[in-house]
Design a protein around this ligand. Sequence first.
Ligand code: NAD
Length: 476
Amino acid sequence: MYPKLRLFIAGEWRSASSDMPVINPATEEEIGRLSCASLSDLDDALDAAIKGFEIWSRTSPRQRSDTILRAAALLRERQEEIAQSITLEHGKPLPQARLEVIRGAEFFEWDAGEAMRTYGRIIPAARGHKFSVHHQPIGVVAAFSPWNFPMSQPARKIAGALAAGCSIILKAAEETPAGAVHIAKAFEDAGLPPGVLNLVFGNPAEISSHLIPKDPIRLVAFTGSTAVGRHLTTMASENMTSVLMELGGHAPVIVCEDTDVEASGVSGAIRKMRNAGQVCTSPTRFFVHDDIFEDYSQAFVARVAATIVGNGMETGVEMGPLANERRVPALIALVEDARAKGATVATGGGRHGDRGYFFQPTVLLNVPEDAMIMQEEPFGPIAVLNPVTSLDHAIKQANSVPYGLAGYAFTNRADYIDRLIDEVEVGNLSINTLEASMPETPFGGVKSSGYGREGGTEGLDNYMIVKNVWHSAKIC
Ligand code: NAD
C-alpha cells in the first residue's frame, strides 16, 4: 500500500546512497525508508531540469495541457491507494485524505486549462510600429513543499510550473513524501518528457542552499513557515531570483452579534479540528461579540470536546495525530504560556494518549494579548475564543498580527460586510464560511504571509516573465 520512496531525476527512479525512516505518526512505527539526495544527485537534477526546460518550454500549450490532464486522470483513478498512503504517513482521517487527492487533481485540471490562456496583449502604437506583450515561462523552478498536505501542496507547485512551460525540481517534505512520489509516477505514466519534473528529498537546508544560488534557477517557490521563507528569499535575492512565498497565517474569525450562534459555533469547532489544525488557513483567533460570547463559547467548546480522535485509518475518526513529534512540545508550550498569563483552558490542553503524536482538541478562553499564542501561529488543534465589544474592536484585533493569509467573519449585515472587505488585512476573506480557497480562486497572503498567488487566473503569473516587443516595420 505504501510506495517505494526514491528520487525521480531525468525521468528515472533512483535509490540514493543514504536514506531515512518515514514514521506513521499514529503508531510511531517505521513505514518506509526515504532516499536522500547527495550533492551529486542534486547536480544531476539540475542538469536534467535544464534539458527538460528546453523541451517543455517549446512544447505547445495544448500538448502540455493534455499531458497534465492525463496525469490528473491517473491520480483520480489511484485515489484510494494514494489516500491510504497519505493517512499512513500523515495521520489524517482517510476521508480527508481521499478529498485531498481529488483537490490535488483539481489543481492540475485548473492549471491545465490556464496553460492555454496565458494571453498577452497588443498596445496601440504609431503606424509602422507594433507593441505586443508576451508571457513566457520563467525557467527552471526550485520548489519546496511542506508536510501538512502531502498531495495537494506538491500538486499546487508542479501544476503551476508545468502549465506555464517551466521545468521543476521539487523537494517535497521528508515526513510525508508519498503524495509527491505518486504525482511523479502519474506524470511518468502520462508521458511527461524526462527532466521536466524532478523529485528530491534529503536535508532541506542543504538542498535549498545548493540549488537556490545556481544560475539556471529562476524561481523559488516555497510553502512553509515565515522564518524559513524569509531565509530562502534572502538567499534568492543574491541572484535577483524571483520568489513565490506561501507562508504562515494566524487566521482571525470575527463573529458578529447577528449570527446564528449555534450554527457558526459548531461549524467553527469542526473546521478548526480539520487536519488537526495543521493548515495555514486554519481558523484560530475567534473574536466574538460580547452579547453572544457565552452561548457561542458553549456551542463551540461542546463540539470541540466531542471530537473523535484516533488513528486516521479507523472509521469514524475525526482528527488524527500531529504529523510530527516536534509539534507536540511546541503546542504544550503555547497552552502553558497562555494559562500562566490568565487564559482559561476550556477543554483539552495536552498530549492525547501515550502512543503516537496526538494532541487534545483544545479551546482557550479569554486569552490576554501578551500570550504567545496571540502572535504565534499554533499550527495545531488549538482555538482561542476572546470577547470583543464592537466591529472596530474585532477588526483591530484581527489585524494585530504580522500575518495576513486567511480571515473569516460571520454576519449578514451589509454595513459590516462592506467594512470587513475594506479593512481586514488578508489575502483571502471568507464570510459565513470557513472555506478559504478553490483551484479557480487566487490564494496567497499579505504582510508576513508572503507574496505571489497560487490558483485562479493569477496562478501562472509567478511562473512566467512578461516580455514587451516593439516591432518597427522600417529601421528607425
Ligand atoms: P519549519 O519552519 O522547520 O519547516 C517548514 C517547512 O520548511 C518544512 O516542510 C521543512 O522541510 C521546510 N524547511 C525547513 N528549513 C528549510 C530550509 N532551510 N530550506 C528549505 N526548506 C526548509 O517548521 P515545521 O516545524 O516543519 O512547521 C512549523 C511551522 O511551519 C508552523 O508553525 C507553520 O507556521 C509552518 N508551516 C506552514 C505551512 C503552510 O501551509 N503555510 C506548512 C507547514 C508548516
